[in-house]
Unconditional design. Structure first.
Length: 358
């Protein structure tokens, strides 16, 4: 029979809304630090999102890396996404609360969750967290791969942990009921932030280091601590789930299964770190990818495991059927329909209720 996800709330805890085949898209440009203005949220991207069954997506906006002035660039990015949503009122809605996710499902619209992948825009002013929250930001990832003033990313050699400023930022995020996302963080930064946070924290897109020993994956200690405090762990559809970099859907299932064993079935979900619309010409994309990987490495922004010969997605788990295919594979693995529904979205929704309020 299989699992029908039609009635499920499906939440991508880190994803993209873009048609990577459009000439003007960020993916087509191969930019090192693409902006939200480069997204091609066209008829195909919207139709594919609806067809996939996704209810809500945490999209990356704001400063992540590059030569942009972090604070001003982040404000520009928020305005860009406000305009995107305003231009597509029948298709999109901004998510400001857990109740908004359920409402998006009821209305048949795609919920857009504003999230950062780097808190650098805060700079040395934790009070900016309140400003970002007032503008609709609901998730803030503390670091990208590099170190910043808040803590160390997964590729920072010092693994110095959370800084005094970082503790102030976590406190400000707690006060504003904004999710503290520890994806990309170094191990000490992750553990310390999880311990000092007064609210549950998340790792919205990661893999399990017990299965593949790469810095972007999280240790069992990190996973267990986040779950023990009521948090959420999203497994990504990325090359880091296989030691060769040539990841398959079966690898994603293994990481989900391991995370469930470590965290329990109430704390694990998905954060694909990718788009729904599939790239049509993989050969042409491979040529662009080699150049992009080289630029990321030169800029010190890449993670161990990023290579020119591997795609930054799972080839057999992409496109409009990616969530249905994952559900099918989890069903074959012996997961119950109830557990699969939790993984596809209910666990993130319950986490959102705990942080944002019902």
């Amino acid at each position: 029979m299989g699992v029908d996800i039609e009635d499920f709330i499906v939440i991508n805890a880190l994803g993209e809304l873009d048609d990577p085949n459009a000439p003007a898209s960020a993916a087509a440009s191969g930019a090192l630090a693409p902006t939200s203005a480069q997204l091609s949220i066209n008829e195909r991207a919207l139709a594919d999102a609806h067809a996939s069954g996704v209810t809500a997506i945490n999209v990356t906006l704001g400063y992540t890396l590059g030569d942009f002035p972090p604070y001003r660039h982040t404000l520009d990015e928020i305005r860009t996404w406000d305009a995107i949503i305003a231009a597509h009122p029948r298709d999109l809605m901004r998510i400001d609360s857990a109740a908004g996710i359920a409402e998006a499902k009821r209305q048949g619209r795609i919920g857009i969750i504003y999230g950062f992948q780097n808190a650098a825009a805060v700079e040395d002013r934790p009070e900016r967290v309140a400003e970002f929250a007032s503008l609709g930001v609901r998730i803030v990832q503390l670091t990208y791969n590099q170190a910043n003033r808040i803590g160390d990313g997964s590729m920072a050699p010092g693994n110095r942990g959370l800084t005094p400023l970082g503790r102030e930022v976590v406190e400000a995020l707690n006060e504003q009921r904004v999710m503290v996302d520890l994806s990309h963080s170094g191990e000490r930064t992750c553990l310390e932030a999880a311990r000092v946070s007064a609210q549950p924290v998340s790792i919205n897109h990661t893999g399990c280091r017990a299965l593949v020993d790469l810095p972007r994956n999280k240790t069992d200690e990190e996973l267990r601590l986040v779950a023990s405090k009521g948090g959420f762990v999203g497994i990504y559809f990325m090359p880091f789930v296989n030691a060769t970099g040539h990841a398959t859907a079966a690898d994603v299932v293994e990481h989900i299964a391991h995370a469930v064993d470590v965290c329990g079935e109430d704390h694990v979900g998905i954060g694909t770190d990718g788009a729904i619309t599939a790239i049509d010409d993989l050969d042409a994309y491979r040529d662009r990818l080699a150049e992009q990987v080289a630029r990321r490495q030169a800029a010190g922004a890449s993670a161990a495991g990023e290579r020119a010969d591997t795609f930054p997605f799972v080839v057999d788990l992409r496109g409009v059927d990616q969530f249905r295919e994952l559900a099918r594979l989890l069903d074959e693995r012996g997961f119950s329909s109830t557990r699969i529904e939790k993984i596809l979205g209910l666990n993130f929704l319950n986490y959102a209720k705990a942080v944002w309020g019902a």
